[in-house]
Design a protein around this ligand. Structure first.
Ligand code: WT7
Length: 651
């Protein structure tokens, strides 16, 4: 996509200028931030703004230098010592908040648990003692592969308590994907479960983990949480049931006073090559960013019931289930399963039951709810809601309006939050008590964030389309790619000769300075809000013995935002068939996880390439979306495209 050539669309005409929404007077008058001065002050002295945010946390030792910027490597709050688990737990208990509910947990099968801050504190201390006892030390990596159960949060905080870095792998990933991430991180310990529930079925996490761990020599121990109670193989000496270990675990484990710049976690995200990138986040800056934005963007109050529907396997779960809300002492809901199980009103039932006041979910979910119809939310009492959030991809104005009308009942402001695994915290969105909303726009950079739209040359575009760039360092920015500083420089800092951060998003800015996100400009697809690279799916396909070559594109999809279409060239002795298509789809699910399964596979004799041999994905997208073909002047052999289009039209 070329954002510089962005044409005005119908949607722009419809919503861009005319549609504006203001927060209600009631919301405004109670909001945590209501004065425009916050932007002006932050603009005037950005470092002071972030220092004030950092002071919302408890530091064992104060920092001596706020920012050390050796472009593109930042260090924040240098010299300070802090512990994330301490800030999420001990601090609240010392403030007599031990009895406050931390989590209302709801299993998909109807199981429930209520955990206070004291309960979470006890569990975290036990798990921290146990993993320390297994020989895990500060700086070691621990892999976590769990369903959405309280133990997932406990495991993360247990790691940060002793200074071990967690790397959480989403429970939908396959054994191969799990293995590769464990090996890249060289994790010593894996924390998993027997299984988890998804749409009434059991996801056999332990069996998948066993297959992975066969090829991960760094893993010495596996802790298994019992969730589903089905039988699973236990390898003696290596595997340990969590409930057995917990029985004799020490009930207190000293929190490690971490340097601000010590590693907090690694989280893998797709890159433009087949190899996922281990995004590195450190302690003080990350915690500052997520704590401040949870308070400001979600307007969090002590009595709120906050529900972020993201899995802890994604950055949204790290920042807005674990660290941000817990550092703020929030009461939250966690739900284990699918939104349509047992019925399509599950989310609304949960909101009614727990009186959720802030809901943070993804456009792909909203579009599914829209399709199912408003009778589901209408049948439940949603009057507890006061604020809505959206994350993961651009929210189309239609979905925004539906969310506003049927979920927020025209009463709740919507924060459309733009950020990335790499940015750690929300970067571009409204402050809900003071920003005029425009449906489909993430609005403006938050106080303390410098963002601009740049053209190829790196010149600022005040109005119009270009590439989003963050132009000053921010506390929760990634510190690098695990084990690969060159790739870090190459991916994020090479576009404008090391000067500015390249986010990979095409964006335009309107005359009011509002940001409108147009989608990725690189080869990363956003499928149901999940980041998947074309190269990753291509290499999964090529891995199959039938396949000679493949080219993968993301095409527009009503529900998922984008869906994966794969063009596949088979080796000569193989014939294309419906069966072959199914085999290859399953193979991708096996290599990566079913989230990466192509929606459609098109067998072809060739794919269009430039004269230098680069696959022309833009043309493939045009074909797959049934559009007239775009510019083919750089194409090596135009006949390939014509043949392919004909083939596709036949399919
Ligand atoms: C990419 C980052 C941020 C947590 C979830 C995804 C897209 C995310 C928005 C939004 C438009 C958005 C961008 C970004 N994105 N939120 N509100 N509006 N686009 O994290 O997997 O690292 O993906 O998601 O393209 O670069 P991620």
């Amino acid at each position: 996509m070329d954002p510089l050539k962005h044409q005005k669309t119908e949607v722009d005409d419809l919503f861009h200028e005319s549609r504006r929404f203001e927060p209600s007077e009631i919301f405004k008058s109670h909001a945590n931030y209501k004065d425009i001065k916050i932007y002006q002050d932050a603009n005037h002295d950005r470092l002071k703004f972030w220092e004030d945010c950092a002071r919302r946390l408890e530091w064992f030792v104060p920092w001596t230098k706020t920012l050390q910027w050796d472009r593109p490597f930042a260090q924040w709050f240098v010299g300070g010592r802090i512990n994330a688990s301490y800030n999420c737990l001990d601090r609240h208990i010392k403030a007599n908040m031990g009895n406050k509910v931390a989590f209302y947990w709801e299993g998909e099968n109807g199981d429930t648990q209520i955990l206070t801050y004291q309960d979470v504190y006890e569990q975290v201390n036990k798990m921290a003692s146990v993993i320390k006892g297994l020989g895990i030390k500060k700086g070691d990596r621990v892999a976590i592969y769990l369903p959405m159960i309280p133990e997932a949060v406990v495991a993360m905080l247990a790691c940060s308590r002793i200074g071990a870095a967690h790397t959480v792998i989403f429970g939908g990933f396959s054994a191969d994907a799990l293995r590769d991430r464990i090996n890249d991180a060289q994790a010593k310990l894996l924390i998993t479960a027997d299984g988890g529930y998804r749409r009434g079925n059991i996801v056999p996490l332990k069996t998948i983990a066993d297959a992975a761990v066969e090829q991960t020599p760094s893993i010495k121990d596996v802790i298994v949480v019992q969730r589903t109670k089905q039988e699973v193989p236990i390898k003696s000496g290596r595997d340990h049931w969590w409930h057995d270990l917990a029985k004799t675990a020490k009930t207190y484990c000293e929190p490690e006073p971490m340097e601000s710049e010590d590693l907090l976690f690694i989280l893998y995200t797709s890159g433009t090559t087949g190899k996922p990138k281990g995004i590195v986040h450190t302690t003080g800056g990350y915690l500052t960013g997520v704590t401040a934005t949870t308070y400001s963007v979600f307007d969090l109050k002590p009595n709120d019931i906050f529900w972020c529907t993201a899995d802890v396997g994604w950055v949204t779960g790290h920042s807005y289930v674990v660290y941000g809300p817990m550092a703020n002492g929030a009461t939250q809901v966690i739900y284990e399963g699918a939104p349509d199980f047992p019925e399509r009103n599950r989310f609304w039932k949960i909101i009614e039951k727990y009186k959720v006041s802030i809901l943070y979910t993804a456009p792909t979910a909203i579009r599914a709810f829209m399709k199912w119809g408003e009778e589901y939310p209408k049948g439940c009492d949603l009057s507890s809601l006061r604020l809505l959030g959206s994350v993961g991809e651009p929210i189309n104005p239609e979905a925004w309006m539906w969310y506003y009308e049927y979920i927020g009942q025209k009463r709740c402001p919507i924060v459309d939050t733009w950020w990335q695994t790499e940015t750690g915290c929300i970067m571009i969105t409204s402050l809900p008590g003071m920003t005029t909303m425009k449906p489909g726009s993430a609005t403006k950079p938050l106080p303390g964030i410098d963002a601009e739209i740049l053209n190829e040359e790196g010149e600022v575009i005040k109005e119009g389309g270009g590439f989003l760039s963050i132009t000053s360092p921010w506390p929760s920015m990634l510190r690098g790619i695990w084990g690969d500083p060159e790739r870090y420089k190459q991916t994020y800092w090479s576009k404008w000769q090391g000067k500015n951060y390249f986010a990979g998003d095409g964006t335009k800015r309107d005359k009011d300075g509002y940001f409108w996100f147009l989608g990725r400009v690189d080869d990363i697809m956003l499928v149901a809000g999940h980041n998947i690279s074309t190269a990753e799916v291509e290499s999964a396909l090529i891995d199959h013995p039938m396949v000679a070559e493949s080219a993968v594109v993301g095409v527009t999809d009503d529900i998922k935002g984008q869906a994966i279409v794969a063009f596949v060239i088979l080796k000569e002795k193989n014939k294309s068939s419906k069966e072959a298509e199914e085999i290859l789809k399953e193979h991708v699910a096996l290599k990566i996880g079913s989230l990466a399964k192509p929606k459609q596979i098109i067998f072809t004799a060739d794919v269009p390439k430039t004269r230098s041999g680069k696959i022309m994905r833009r043309l493939l997208r045009d074909i797959a979306e049934g559009r007239a073909l775009g510019d083919i002047t750089t194409l090596a052999d135009p006949a390939v495209t014509a043949a392919l289009k004909q083939k596709y039209d036949e399919v």
